[in-house]
Design a protein around this ligand. Structure first.
Ligand code: ADP
Ligand code: ADP
Ligand code: ZN
Length: 214
């Protein structure tokens, strides 16, 4: 099962992707998580990516394409994967199509998690991420067992600096300009399915499982 998650920043792609990865026993590959790990480890890639991420801009395609191609060539991704946050531009989608064609494969489903802009800023201001493992929570919608502490690893939860309202508005604009055209790209390849991302996390998950099959 080869899946990609589409949707605005904060639509709930990561939340669903983690659950889908567990259900279908496939790796969850988040380019945002990979960049944040590189920033934390102070790698060259991390240093380059950080300045773009802090401004709410996309990291340039040339820094993303090879990274994803490498990740998809690893053994665990052979039988499937759920990509979260990639592709985000038409050239990224084309590159992904080419990478998979080389191994006679392709994307089975592109799931668009649809949430109107007006819901996004509020949702993002409540998102809290673990400084250590990257797990995400929400102040009211998905609370950790203990306020401010990660259920998974016990580290501190913080508001990501790019989740401040001003940066979120910029990221939304970038989404509409550069990422939303992918909806038509995957519609044209007959792989697009949209779900209503304003519903409860559990209901959205069931709807996606219905699309993908048990
Ligand atoms: P969200 O889940 O809120 O949409 P991500 O964690 O996916 O955010 O991404 C955070 C930031 O990392 C993006 O705003 C962008 O700067 C960068 N990024 C992540 N994935 C990509 C990508 N495929 N192409 C370019 N930039 C990316
Ligand atoms: P994305 O990966 O698309 O940027 P996330 O999965 O990180 O989005 O979700 C953004 C925030 O909204 C998180 O704090 C998450 O807990 C919360 N969230 C996710 N799905 C829902 C939902 N269906 N209803 C309400 N809040 C949600
Ligand atoms: Zn954690």
């Amino acid at each position: 099962m080869k899946l990609i998650m589409l949707g605005a920043p904060g639509a709930g792609k990561g939340t669903q992707a983690k659950r889908l990865a567990a259900k279908y026993s496939i790796p969850h590959i988040s380019t945002g998580d990979i960049f944040r790990a590189n920033i934390k480890n102070e790698t060259e890639l991390g240093k380059k990516a950080k300045s773009f991420m802090d401004q709410g801009l996309l990291v340039p395609d040339e820094l993303v394409l090879e990274l994803v191609a490498d990740r998809l060539s690893q053994e665990d991704a052979m039988k499937g994967f759920v990509l979260d946050g990639f592709p985000r531009t038409i050239p990224q989608a084309e590159s992904l199509t080419e990478t998979l064609e080389k191994i006679n494969s392709g994307i089975n489903f592109a799931i668009d998690v649809d949430v109107p802009d007006k819901n996004i800023v509020r949702r993002m201001s409540g998102r809290r991420a673990c400084v250590n493992c990257g797990e995400t929570y929400h102040l009211t919608n998905l609370k950790p067992k203990q306020d401010g502490i990660c259920d998974t690893c016990g580290s501190k939860l913080v508001l990501r600096s790019d989740d401040e309202p001003e940066t979120v508005l910029k990221r939304l604009k970038v989404y509409h300009d550069q990422t939303q055209p992918l909806i038509d790209y995957y519609k044209g390849r007959d792989t697009l399915h949209s779900v209503d991302g304003t519903k409860d996390i559990k209901d959205i998950f069931s709807e996606i499982v219905e699309i993908l099959g048990e």
